[in-house]
Design a protein around this ligand. Structure first.
Ligand SMILES: *Cc1c(COP(=O)(O)O)cnc(C)c1O
Length: 298
């Protein structure tokens, strides 16, 4: 399932901005984008340790939960997911259940101690394998570093959205391993995203080529604004490429905004990593429909 892949690079149709998109969203609809990259070596390790039950954590719209559920089912493994907060139903969790994941809803307070929860619920189960929220781990960083091998060597600016910063750490690691001059640009989707620099440093021990753009969170994690949703709808219709409101829309908005400010030099090669996560669209259906201008009725 995690055989070698090479996702395509597509150039945007944008009239004035030359940007290539690394289409990791096309790897798989459910084990999507960076979640596939992250799970690749996590799963290899779990299988090596002969564990048959993946246990992980996420919010109610977590792309990592559904990716883990799908990856487990396809590998013939069991899966359980701790979901932060009170019991809810939505499309993401519904698909997790279809893939056979057992969901355990847990209060925000108790959720803070993830390893403690794992011990209490699965400490006696020798088949259980702990995977941190979002898959954050050295294995995940290794998987994400491989993205760099699939890019041309002359990229001036590489962009990605960040939640935990694990994907960004992998990209920076790959850039450094290959001695590239590429600048990595990270758009945190949470408020106060400066902490991401520390997270990345923990893995790479060098952040000279890191540029953080912390002003594109639109109010915080999973928060949006009419402006962002309008941008997203316009982008999708123009490019024929779906993006998600939680991560990739904020990244593409940042690229366009920086470009308008004259941030890039003419002729520079810009690549944006499409990290997938398109199910996030379903969580904002109502707000999005409201921002799509009605063509009117006949
Ligand atoms: C999970 C996710 C991210 C964040 O990745 P981190 O490694 O946690 O920074 C970015 N984009 C999408 C679409 C995601 O699902």
């Amino acid at each position: 399932m995690f055989e070698a892949i090479h996702s395509p690079l597509h150039e945007l149709k944008h009239p004035s901005l030359r940007v290539y998109v690394k289409r990791d969203d096309l790897i798989d609809p459910y084990i999507s984008g960076n979640k596939w990259r992250k799970l690749k070596y996590i799963l290899a390790k779990a299988l090596h340790l002969k564990r048959t039950h993946l246990v992980t954590f996420g919010g109610a719209y977590s792309n990592h939960l559904i990716a883990t559920a799908a990856a487990a089912a396809r590998s013939g493994l069991q899966s359980s997911g701790f979901v932060r907060g009170e019991e809810v139903e939505n499309d993401t969790l519904f698909l997790c259940k279809l893939y056979g994941m057992k969901l355990i809803f847990i209060s925000r307070e108790a959720y803070k101690d993830k390893y403690g929860l794992f011990k209490v619920f699965f400490g006696e189960d020798p088949s259980a394998y702990f995977i941190d929220e979002g898959g954050a781990s050295a294995e995940a960083v290794r998987g994400c570093a491989e993205i760099i091998q699939e890019l041309p060597g002359d990229v001036d600016h590489l962009f990605c959205a960040a939640g935990t910063g694990t994907t960004a750490a992998g990209l920076l690691k790959g850039i450094r391993q290959q001695h590239l001059n590429t600048q990595l640009h990270v758009v945190p989707v949470l408020k106060g995203g400066d902490f991401i620099a520390g997270e990345i440093y923990n893995y790479t021990k060098n952040i000279e080529q890191l540029n953080l753009h912390t002003d594109y969170h639109f109010g915080g994690y999973a928060k949006t604004s009419p402006e962002l949703l309008q941008f997203m709808a316009g982008f999708t219709a123009r490019e024929g490429m779906l993006i998600d409101p939680v991560y990739t829309a904020k990244m593409f908005y940042a690229i366009e905004d920086l470009s308008k400010q004259g941030y890039f030099n003419p002729g520079e090669k810009i690549v944006a990593l499409h990290t997938g996560g398109l199910l996030g669209i379903l969580g904002k259906k109502q707000q999005l429909s409201a921002s799509i201008s009605s063509p009117g009725t006949l």
